[in-house]
Design a binder for this molecule. Structure first.
Ligand code: PAP
Length: 333
């Protein structure tokens, strides 16, 4: 494909590359979302919006992972913001300027910066933060489409997944933030129908999750896979597990000082949500600008019960059983 030499091209030729991407898009199957003026394109087996496909193509051709890199991966609305804050706090905990600390001594950047600004979304910026050591980045790109250097280097991947029905409901609310009053009740049913057909942000959900799940079974040293629900049930246990997996375990002294507990508090939904940066700040996604507050809502397990009809829930559960039944991965309802 012409795009493969993109990094060596001059500015004029890069315009040509953009056109080539547009040519690729023009050939893809696309479906309009029931909510807002959004199209999803089927690219390499997954339903992705235009700006993310452009970012993904650019990544696949330009990005070179390093052995010490850390990649946080997820299907949107599975706990990405939480994971970003936790991994940032874990990895920066010994740096004096970044120490987690409590409100009495609030020198962690998490007090003043939204986690999405601390850890870039690769397909959006295509750039890790170079002066951050190790480089920590995040992606919603499915496992099968990751740049080869991520798969073949020693770079570590931490994947978070969540009950699919809660993911759907969380995404539904997120769409509200974008399109507000233009949403009608029938859109919930239409959106759910599409979700069940696999047409969802970086869907099919089950293919996204199973891609990383299966890879984590093959390469447990490279991919740490866990659930939002488990993280909620025992946050400190997983904070320690993540630290260990990333090669930066807590010392006995740190444990005695209660550092993992401090990180739990710092990164809790209640705490992050209460910070002025997350109440008033802005974040850009593609052509949209949204408030940082859109990333913090309820964070409850089973919130789907408040929105899905019994028929919708039944259909969802059946589908999940069908898609995940053989995998060994279970979701509780
Ligand atoms: P993203 O993929 O667009 O970055 P993501 O952070 O994965 O979004 O999902 C947002 C969900 O995580 C929201 O869930 P809800 O809609 O069911 O409430 C949000 O409330 C939840 N969330 C954000 N931060 C935290 C946190 N620190 N702890 C627990 N849940 C959180």
């Amino acid at each position: 494909m012409e795009i493969s030499n993109v990094s060596m091209k001059n500015k004029e030729e890069e315009v040509e590359t953009d056109e080539t991407v547009d040519n690729i898009l023009a050939k893809l199957e696309k479906v309009k979302d029931p909510v807002g003026d959004v199209y999803r394109y089927r690219y390499q087996g997954f339903w992705i919006q235009e700006f993310s496909i452009k970012g993904l193509i650019s990544l696949q051709t330009r990005f070179v992972a390093r052995n010490e890199d850390i990649l946080l991966a997820s299907c949107p609305k599975s706990g990405t913001t939480w994971l970003k804050s936790l991994v940032f706090a874990i990895m920066k905990r010994t740096d004096l300027d970044f120490k987690p600390c409590t409100n009495d001594n609030n020198n962690s950047p998490l007090f003043t910066t939204n986690p999405h600004h601390l850890i870039p979304l690769l397909e959006l910026s295509s750039l890790p933060i170079e002066n951050m050591m190790p480089r920590i980045m995040n992606t919603h790109i499915p496992y099968s489409s990751l740049p080869p250097s991520i798969k073949h280097s020693d770079c570590k991947i931490v994947y978070i997944c969540r009950n699919p029905l809660d993911v759907f409901v969380s995404h539904w609310h997120f769409s509200h933030k974008f399109f507000g009053d233009s949403i009608e009740p029938r859109h919930l049913e239409e959106s759910f129908d599409m979700f069940c057909k696999g047409i969802h942000a970086f869907g099919p959900f089950w293919d996204h999750v199973l891609g990383f799940w299966n890879a984590s079974l093959e390469m447990p040293h490279k991919i740490l896979f866990f659930k939002y629900e488990d993280l909620k049930r025992d946050n400190v246990f997983f904070i320690k597990k993540i630290a260990e997996f990333l090669g930066f375990p807590f010392s006995a002294e740190e444990e005695n000082q209660g550092v993992p507990k401090e990180i739990e508090r710092l990164c809790s939904l209640e705490h992050l949500k209460s910070l002025s940066v997350n109440k008033t700040g802005k974040y850009s996604i593609g052509l949209f600008e949204l408030s940082n507050s859109s990333f913090f809502r309820k964070g409850e397990m089973g919130d789907w019960m408040n929105y899905l009809t019994p028929q919708m829930a039944e259909r969802g559960k059946k589908l999940i059983q069908e898609k995940f039944g053989q995998s060994g991965l279970m979701f509780n309802f």
